[in-house]
Write a protein that binds this ligand. Structure first.
Ligand SMILES: Cc1cc2nc3c(=O)[nH]c(=O)nc-3n(C[C@H](O)[C@H](O)[C@H](O)COP(=O)(O)O)c2cc1C
Ligand SMILES: [Fe+2]
Ligand SMILES: [Fe+2]
Length: 394
């Protein structure tokens, strides 16, 4: 792929990675991805935005070289220091030793840890700082936690182009690059939001408000298509997805479980009955059967959770850990939590889940409720009492 001219004196000089199927170990990338970097030639200065992934540094530097001799790059703008944006930095610095680096305060320490170099000569930018390229002005917008503490956007004022880093990106590889030239990639756009931006909803809302005050004509993201026809539509999607979910008028306990033989499930149903009897709403979810986005929405709307797993090999099942690993970015502080589960001999699952709930700052009023194999009528009565106690603590 050759560099792609985006507009007068601006080129895409990124990398296509169509074979990629899993990104950052945890994200699906069914359609591959791209690592977008951009070169801007002002009348006096040349700037490169985003340094690309380390594995591709040779190809990346070769692509840049088709537009400009790297030795003539004046500025390297690093919107974010995650290695998919910065892994090629050390090689790039060798190819462009005269170029000055620009990043946020948080970006500086990450850049030093990525390149293992002291970067005291680099430029730590403050929000609103500008950089004149001659006839073209870059404005830096510090937007932390979209999705790392170091993130910033770079805005090219004269062309109304927002270089938005991971924000509004998608893992979707198509060499036509512009959103109007390629097929529908809505699913990848939404999945990317859920996986990367959803934990940072309030930061997303802050950034959207700020973007509203600009007249953005094009969004050059760091992954996937360049957005030039659907800017308003894409922003609107983010606006909707980032709205906080309101808790209902009535208190709600979400009962979430995984169960191989139905014993833990039986316990969960009884817990829900107990909670209902105490006058609260209940929602019941089999963690193996509902997708994560839905589960997170339900937990965010609930006032408390009862989470259950049978014990398998001395542990709770991975579905429970996966859910809990996503809760860190929902404000669970003060929410009520409790754990339950069936077991045969050692029964660690609900004990471990209880500790984790406490670690997540849930209020945990009850000891876990456990049953050996098939719950007895007495076990089920304990479950009802457990549900009632959680309900009263909501
Ligand atoms: C592969 C496997 C490993 C297990 N490991 C443990 C264990 O380490 N400790 C324990 O107490 N029970 C263990 N069990 C027993 C289950 O926890 C027990 O059968 C429980 O009643 C299943 O509950 P469920 O119907 O909710 O799946 C194991 C069961 C299986 C199938
Ligand atoms: Fe990132
Ligand atoms: Fe990224």
């Amino acid at each position: 792929m050759r560099p792609l001219k985006i507009t007068d004196n601006i080129w895409w000089v990124g990398i296509l990675d169509p074979q990629l199927r899993v990104f950052d170990v945890v994200m699906k990338a069914e359609h591959g991805t791209t690592y977008n970097s951009y070169l801007i030639k002002g009348e006096e200065k040349t700037a490169l935005i985003e340094a690309n992934k380390g594995r591709f540094s040779g190809e990346f530097i070769a692509r840049v070289s088709e537009v400009v001799d790297p030795a003539e790059i004046d500025y390297i703008i690093l919107n974010h220091m995650e290695p998919d944006h910065s892994g090629a930095l050390a090689d790039l610095m060798e190819a462009a030793p005269q170029a000055q680096l620009f990043f946020t305060r948080a970006g500086k320490s990450f850049a030093e840890n990525v390149s293992n170099k002291l970067l005291d000569d680099a430029n730590v930018i403050a929000d609103g700082d500008t950089l004149d390229l001659g006839g073209r002005t870059l404005e830096f917008m510090v937007e932390p936690y979209l999705h790392w503490p170091d993130t910033m956007f770079t805005y090219l004022r004269e062309d109304n182009i927002l270089f938005s880093c991971d924000f509004l990106g998608a893992h979707y590889c198509d060499d036509r690059l512009f959103d109007d030239l390629l097929g529908n990639y809505d699913y990848a756009f939404q999945y990317y939001f859920t996986a990367i931006m959803r934990p940072f909803k309030s930061h997303v809302r802050r950034a959207l408000e700020r973007i509203d005050s600009l007249d953005v004509k094009m969004v050059c993201t760091s992954h996937g298509p360049i957005i030039r026809t659907k800017v308003a539509e894409r922003l609107e999607s983010y606006r909707q997805w980032s709205l906080p979910l309101e808790k209902g008028e009535k208190k709600t306990l979400a009962v979430l479980y995984v169960s191989a033989y139905g014993n833990t499930e039986r316990m969960g149903l009884e817990i829900a009955e107990g909670a209902k009897a105490a006058g609260v709403e209940t929602e019941i979810y089999d963690l193996g059967a509902v997708d994560m986005e839905r589960l997170l929405n339900e937990v965010e709307k609930a006032d408390g959770i009862a989470i259950g797993s049978c014990t398998i090999n001395g542990d709770a099942l991975p579905q429970t850990w996966e859910l809990l690993s996503h809760l860190i970015h929902i404000n669970t502080k003060g929410m009520v939590g409790g754990a339950f589960g069936s077991f045969a001999w050692s029964g660690e699952a609900s004990l471990l889940l209880t500790e984790r709930l406490k670690g997540l700052k849930f209020k945990v009023p009850e000891k876990p409720v456990r049953a050996r194999l098939t719950p007895t009528p007495e076990d089920l009565a304990n479950c009802r009492a457990f549900g009632e106690a959680l309900a009263k603590a909501l």
